[in-house]
Design a protein around this ligand. Structure first.
Ligand code: NDP
Length: 484
């Protein structure tokens, strides 16, 4: 098989799927370039991986946390050694600019190191018993086999921020990556393989969501499923896992607002709107999508936003001059075009962009101009549904109170931001905004690995990822009562 055909990693071995079929991954900046292929696996491949993960779990959980941590440190070192190659693959596979891809890979390394250290930290509490002669304590223990289902938009960071805590707390893992990011994820898996984890502790099975993702949800030997992706898929996984008594965690879409109050630093707010809204071509779950501006500064803000958006260079993520790459796939490109058409049809006016880009070097990619809609009202589809593309919706309000109400008027609740210097506005924003990530004078996108991450409402199943919060999902607890 050619170097660019990636196999499944099951029970410590790279294996072709029983189907003999592969799924090809194309470069969205150059539609005809195949970046690589992964296995189009069948349920049998998955069941084999789950069975290896189940067999490996007891010995893995019996290792000292520090020993498990050493494997994570080793994976971090290997990721660091291969950073350039992994980031380049990511840019070619899903289009984000190379500096962003390098930033994401670096984040993966930091997450591995953070959780490696976790193996040396407390895993329980001593609780005073009413019996003076007894010792009572709680002890965190792993859940067992964890199924990890990830999206294409962060093909390195998201698999790692799920697998690293799962592993350090003593679980074994089966990863099913998004098909459109699976080549990049396979390269991450090569680092895990070389790190020398015992056979069966980490497994990788690529294939379609409806076969392998659904299979993970249905397999009763998978004790917990952690999922990041779209709302409909997530809700369905939650139902299936809950019905068989498993544990699940869902991190889903957003429709994130950024509020610009009349006392805001306009330049800083414009920069944050563009960076939070259009970096990664608007394909972050925490991207700003609705820009809610107080009427007294609306025109001034809009004009500056348009001026600066016009300076954005769109192109191949591999090109050093590129600020914004293509949409990640043909499907995503068509979705964004659909929403732009919908915005026009429902009466929003285009203040900037709205077209596909096909000139010169852009002719072979899925490029869309940075797009800004004006006069958007909350009943419009583009104000309610996640677009996941380079599209901003400007909305006008008279007061900050009204802005917060409007910001909450969606099903989602992932991230939200406000630009203001007024402490009363800041305090009511923190109190009243319905979002898991609350950001003041900062863009909506951006999370720190040591802090809890997750949304409210339809954005999440309310459990939290990352930092110490990950412990809640990836462990359960024993309460021990010990008497001599
Ligand atoms: P999808 O929901 O389409 O896919 C996510 C994962 O689920 C993929 O691995 C996919 O496989 C798999 N899948 C698809 N169908 C099924 C199924 N029936 N059963 C089980 N698994 C299935 O999301 P996208 O990959 O398109 O990612 C974009 C979405 O992710 C956006 O909505 C975004 O907001 C959200 N997201 C949320 C984040 C958060 O932390 N809240 C962070 C990043 C993204 P396959 O690729 O093979 O279809």
């Amino acid at each position: 098989m050619s170097r660019n055909v990636f196999l499944n990693y099951i029970g410590g071995e790279w294996k072709a799927s029983a189907t003999g079929e592969v799924l090809e991954s194309y470069n969205p900046a150059n539609k005809t370039e195949v970046v690589g292929s992964v296995q189009k696996s069948a349920r049998g491949d998955l069941d084999e991986a789950v069975s290896h993960a189940k067999s490996a779990q007891k010995a893995w959980r019996k290792l000292a946390g520090a020993e498990r941590g050493n494997y994570l440190y080793q994976a971090a070192a290997l990721l660091e050694e291969n950073l350039e190659e992994i980031a380049t693959t990511m840019t070619k596979e899903m289009g984000k600019s190379l500096p962003e891809a390098k930033g994401e890979t670096t984040r993966g390394i930091q997450i591995l190191k953070y959780y490696a250290g976790e193996g040396m930290r407390s895993d329980g509490d001593v609780i005073p018993s009413t019996d003076a002669s007894a010792l009572m304590f709680s002890k965190r223990v792993p859940i067992g086999v964890v199924g990890v289902i990830t999206p294409w938009n962060f093909p390195v960071a998201i698999p790692i921020w799920k697998m690293a805590p799962a592993l350090i707390y003593g679980n074994t893992v089966v990863l099913k990556p998004a098909t459109e990011g699976a080549v990049t994820a396979a390269k991450v898996m090569e680092c895990f393989e070389k790190a020398g984890f015992p056979a069966g502790v980490v497994n990788f099975v690529s294939g379609s969501g409806s076969v392998i993702g659904q299979g993970l949800a249905e397999n009763s030997d998978v004790n917990a499923v952690t999922f990041t992706g779209s709302n409909n898929v997530g809700k369905n996984i939650g139902k299936i896992v809950a019905a068989r008594g498993g544990k699940y965690q869902l991190e889903m879409g957003g429709k994130n607002p950024i509020i610009i109050a009349e006392d805001a630093d306009i330049e800083a707010a414009v920069d944050a709107t563009l960076s939070g809204g259009l970096k990664s071509t608007g394909q972050k779950c925490t991207c700003s999508s609705r820009v809610i501006v107080q009427s007294s500064i609306y025109d001034q803000f809009k004009q500056r936003l348009i001026e600066k958006a016009q300076e954005i260079t769109v192109g191949d993520g591999m090109d050093a001059a590129t600020w914004m790459g293509p949409c990640a796939s043909e499907g995503q490109y068509n979705t964004v075009k659909h929403y732009i058409a919908k915005g026009k049809e429902e009466g929003a006016s285009l203040a900037l962009g709205g077209n596909v880009l096909t000139e010169g070097n852009l002719k072979d990619g899925y490029y869309i101009e940075p797009t800004i809609f004006d006069d958007v009202t909350t009943d419009m589809t583009i104000a309610q549904e996640e677009i996941f593309g380079p599209v901003l919706a400007l909305m006008k309000v008279d007061t900050v109170e009204e802005a917060i109400e409007l910001a909450n008027d969606v099903d989602f609740g992932l991230s939200a931001s406000i630009f203001t210097k007024n402490i009363d506005h800041i305090l009511s924003f923190i109190d009243d905004i319905e979002a898991g990530l609350v950001r003041i004078n900062s863009e909506t996108a951006g999370v720190e690995l040591q802090a809890p991450f997750g949304g409210m409402k339809a954005s999440s199943s309310y459990s939290r990822e990352q930092g110490q919060a990950a412990k809640e999902f990836f462990t359960t607890m024993k309460t021990v009562f010990l008497k001599g």
